[in-house]
Ligand binder design. Sequence first.
Ligand SMILES: [Zn+2]
Length: 251
Amino acid sequence: MSTRSTNRSGIVMRRRVTPAGDIIVTLLTPQGKIKAIARGGVRGPQASHLNLFHHVGVQLYQTPQNDLATVKQSILEGALPHLCEPERHPYAHLLSELADALFQEGEFSEQAFDLYAGALRGVSHHADPEWVALVMSYKLLSLAGFAPRTRQCARCGTADPAYPDPLGGQLLCGACSNQPPHPAERLEFLREVPRRSVRASMDAPLPPEQRPGVWRALERFVTVQIGQVQSWRALVGSPAISSAVGEAALV
Ligand SMILES: [Zn+2]
């Protein structure tokens, strides 16, 4: 019987404990996304290492009989304790779930790792974690090849659309939309965020009252293009977002 051992360093983006006390984790590493199992993990030292958003080093064994690699050893390489705070945790969760949906196992992407790690650091440290989450969600989407169409109406193709697309989260022309146009600042953000540097977008935050419209567009776009991202529900605690998600649900 042949076994293969590898060492990897990555961030726990998903974690589940089975009834048998095993911990199943999904890690995003610079070498790609990995799913692995720590057998009996909840009763050992791995329980505290393999926590959500922790940066861990793991030794993995892959045996031919098992689809899942086994975590033999783990060490904690870094943690972002502020992500436990109630005003930050939902955003870290959302970004993790989005990154998990966007990047596939076996896909080598150092850029995806760097962007996701940077997003978590930003949510952890920045005074405006909501803005970090909005900017980084769009950056993760565009890295994965999902940039909303913003140069032509998503329905008829007319140039320079400026109206919300309540179903698809892209942009519509005035003739195709039954909603008021986006305010100029929000329109500029939606058009430019995929190409702009993170820093440039972070330096030009939208005022809070314009953000629900961005969340709405993002929620629609992600749902249509990628599928349901469950943690939108966890974000309902924030008044701005609960109204954004609530209104989106009514459309
Ligand atoms: Zn149109």
